[in-house]
Design a protein around this ligand. Structure first.
Ligand SMILES: Nc1ncnc2c1ncn2[C@@H]1O[C@H](COP(=O)(O)OP(=O)(O)OP(=O)(O)O)[C@@H](O)[C@H]1O
Length: 227
């Protein structure tokens, strides 16, 4: 559904990605050390960075020249690193900001509150007072209110306690079951490979390995990344 092939991109004159192609799959994990170019690749996917070379195709349409909001309108959603939310607004208000003006907005919110019981429990709590894991769930819930067919997640488990990591993994598997494609950047390799159908490893902006996900891939990937 999303095709990223032979991508070259960077910042100003600095090239970060050198001909990166991402394998297709229902859940695809992008792995690699700090600075490998993982977040940059996701920014190319959602349109925050224009690649200098390569193809960005979504559902058969070349979207390379589309702005991020146009990609969201096409069915893509992006959750950047850092569990971003409006800390002074409540959980519910954070969801309402996205749902307002959408047809069936209340039902869209209710569906996410049912998916994430912690958000339902703390619906009237200010987002700034939620735990990191709950704020990550809120960020994912906000993205899901746009009813995406492709969800792009940048390090959803960063700085999150292990119990919530497992919940987020379950959510990703569940979303795939609902027909939503997930493109995921992760440092947490075991988590990512458990959830992923395919993976790609980046090092210094180059693809060093691709393969099928699952537990068995963990040792191969660790060896490739020398960890
Ligand atoms: N806004 C920016 N301006 C200039 N250079 C940047 C910018 N963002 C990232 N870079 C550089 O691009 C390279 C790749 O960074 P990127 O964030 O894509 O890596 P990453 O694999 O996601 O790593 P991390 O896990 O640390 O986020 C790094 O050398 C980084 O310093």
């Amino acid at each position: 559904m999303l095709e990223l092939s032979d991508i070259e991109a960077g910042y100003g004159r600095t090239r970060v990605l050198h001909g990166v192609t991402v394998p297709p799959g229902k859940v695809v994990a992008v792995l690699g050390h700090n600075g490998a170019g993982k977040s940059t690749l996701l920014r190319v996917a959602i349109g925050l960075i224009k690649p200098s070379k390569g193809r960005v195709v979504f559902d058969g349409e070349d979207i390379a020249s589309l702005a991020p909001h146009q990609r969201v309108a096409r069915g893509m959603a992006y959750v950047p690193q850092g569990q971003q939310s409006f800390g002074q607004l409540t959980t519910l208000e954070n969801l309402q900001l996205v749902a307002d003006g959408r047809r069936g907005g209340k039902a869209l919110i209710d569906a996410q509150l049912a998916r994430f019981p912690a958000l339902a429990k703390f619906a009237t709590r200010k987002a700034g007072l939620l735990s990191g894991g709950q704020r990550q769930q809120l960020a994912i819930a906000r993205a899901l209110i746009t009813e995406p067919r492709l969800l792009i997640l940048d390090e959803p488990t960063e700085g999150i306690q292990p119990t919530i990591v497992a919940e987020i993994e379950r959510t990703i598997v569940q979303l795939a079951g609902e027909g939503i494609t997930v493109l995921l950047v992760e440092q947490h390799i075991g988590f990512a490979l458990d959830a992923a159908e395919r993976y790609v490893v980046l090092a210094s902006g180059l693809v060093t390995q691709t393969g099928e996900g699952g537990k068995a891939a963990t040792s191969t990937v660790r060896a490739a990344m020398a960890i």
